[in-house]
Ligand binder design. Structure first.
Ligand SMILES: Nc1nc2c(ncn2[C@@H]2O[C@H](COP(=O)(O)OP(=O)(O)OP(=O)(O)O)[C@@H](O)[C@H]2O)c(=O)[nH]1
Ligand SMILES: [Mg+2]
Length: 467
């Protein structure tokens, strides 16, 4: 059990020039600390809870005013952390924020660790672990869909689902235990009850196994919503990869020239597609006999290909297919791939249908030109349709587990499947109850009913300081 007796503080906004910067305090001495450095025109003022107060932050030793501020005090327990919280709205600038923070620390608060405010919210029972994880998703997500998902978790939808499953498992265990107590004095063989077992099988399948499996199936979709997608533009030199990157982004991000071998590094930027964040890599052209610099560039291209979700393979429709195109085809291997026949404004040097004979296993090629805006809109719509819309639509109003939660769900499912097998084989009640108990433990880990310091560190140290 972590002790929460001290008062923590941090700058809760990014440090830099901006309108407002916030210093946050939480803990039993939050108000005392604030009083030492906050000066109000009415010195005897009672700082009413959940109210903003205007005044000055003053260095108490030098009696020197530092900044004109708005201070809010929120008394426990109706606060973010469940403790007394004070927030000082200063002007945002490096010197101001650091000076005020220094005064707060000098007056008895301790600098918070990353995520420590949210960690306290969890430890004080304001939120469960799945909600705490949603806080970080809310901060990190760059897409609307990611935000919608984070909000569902933040309001406790996942917790409710897990608690519902836990209740069903608990009931099943108590029915088994009741049977065991009842049969204590009779021979072991009769301590199994086919009617009870059938009804438990039904309750577990419908109430826990099926919805749990459905949640697990949504994991991959959630990954797209949380982390976004990565596309990589690949092709032989001069096919128009950098032109395509610029066109997709709507800005001059990469250098485009008529010379083959212009791009040598991997260039990365992001755009939003169907409400989901998409990273796009532009890469060095893959060629048969590269010089030393080009070889390094091609190595980086291959590395980007392994990282990406989808390859956008560009071919130049104005030039015949060559050995270099063959090298790209081999490099892409089994990666999901969209074939783009670029430079459709030029006379075609080969029939589009011949592509599938030459490079089997690819979907239909999209003929387009990087210099034609309506083609680019068409490409975006197609990519959104194929790779973005499906997951978003499927997720509907559902929760989607993250990697840690998925592992817990998988372990819980394993125990439930074992329990089912035992029920079907009319096995001993104790064995079944043991498996149900183990499923409960894995589910409890999702909401953090059972937790250790290492797990909390793993989750909360990913946060920024001040959250
Ligand atoms: N006519 C026409 N020219 C294009 C099109 N797309 C690109 N180009 C031209 O093709 C040439 C090469 O374009 P880039 O975008 O630099 O090609 P790249 O694939 O990035 O080339 P490397 O970086 O050398 O591998 C430039 O002169 C572009 O203006 C197109 O759709 N139509
Ligand atoms: Mg280029």
């Amino acid at each position: 059990m972590e002790l929460l007796t001290d008062t923590i503080c941090a700058i809760a906004t990014p440090v830099g020039e901006a309108g407002i910067g916030i210093i946050r305090l939480s803990g039993p001495q939050a108000l005392d600390v604030a009083r030492k450095i906050f000066s109000h025109k009415d010195p005897g003022l009672h700082l009413q809870s959940h109210t903003l107060h205007h005044g000055w932050i003053v260095d108490p030793d030098a009696n020197e005013p530092i900044d004109e501020v708005l201070l809010s005090f929120m008394a426990a327990p109706r606060t973010y952390t469940g403790e007394d919280v004070v927030e000082i709205n200063c002007h945002s600038g490096y010197a101001v924020l650091n000076r005020v923070l220094g005064l707060v620390i000098g007056s008895g608060a301790r600098l918070a660790q990353p995520g420590e405010f949210t960690r306290r919210a969890f430890l004080n029972g304001r939120i469960d672990l799945s909600q705490a994880e949603a806080v970080i998703d809310t901060i990190r997500t760059r897409s609307e869909q990611g935000l919608l998902l984070a909000n569902r978790h933040l309001r406790g939808d996942f917790r409710q689902l897990v608690e519902n499953w836990l209740e069903i498992l608990e009931q099943a265990q108590s029915r088994l235990d009741a049977l065991l107590d009842f049969c204590e004095d009779i021979p072991e063989e009769t301590a199994r009850e086919p009617h009870l077992y059938d009804s438990l099988l039904e309750a577990l399948a419908v109430g826990v196994k099926q919805p749990l499996r459905a949640a697990l199936n949504r994991f991959e979709e959630g990954r797209v919503l949380r982390e976004g997608l990565t596309f990589v533009l690949v092709g032989k030199p001069n096919v128009g990869k950098s032109s395509m990157l610029n066109a997709l982004l709507g800005k001059e991000r990469a250098i485009v020239t008529a010379l083959p071998g212009t791009t040598r590094d991997v260039i990365e930027d992001t755009l939003l597609l169907g409400g989901v964040q998409v990273r796009v890599f532009d890469t060095a052209g893959i060629r048969a006999e590269p010089d030393e610099i080009e070889s390094r560039g091609i190595e980086m291209t291959i590395r980007s290909l392994t990282q990406a979700d989808v390859a956008l393979w560009l071919l130049d429709h104005g030039r015949p297919i060559s050995e270099e195109d063959q090298s790209v085809y081999e490099a892409i291997a089994k990666k999901p791939c969209v074939v783009l026949l670029n430079k459709s404004d030029l006379p075609p040097a080969f029939p589009a249908q011949s592509l599938n004979e030459r490079f089997p296993g690819l979907g239909p090629a999209l003929s387009l030109s990087a210099i034609n805006p309506s083609d680019i809109e068409g490409l975006k719509a197609r990519l959104a349709h194929s790779y973005v819309r499906t997951p978003v639509n499927n997720c509907g109003s559902q929760i989607v587990p993250n990697t840690r939660q998925k592992e817990c769900l998988e372990c819980a499912l394993d125990s439930i499947l074992t329990a089912e097998a035992l029920l079907r084989s009319n096995s001993y009640g104790e064995l079944i109850s043991f498996e149900l108990g183990s499923a409960r433990q894995h589910l409890e880990a999702i909401v953090g009913r059972a937790h250790d310091v290492e797990l909390l560190d793993r989750i909360f140290l990913q946060f920024c300081v001040g959250k």
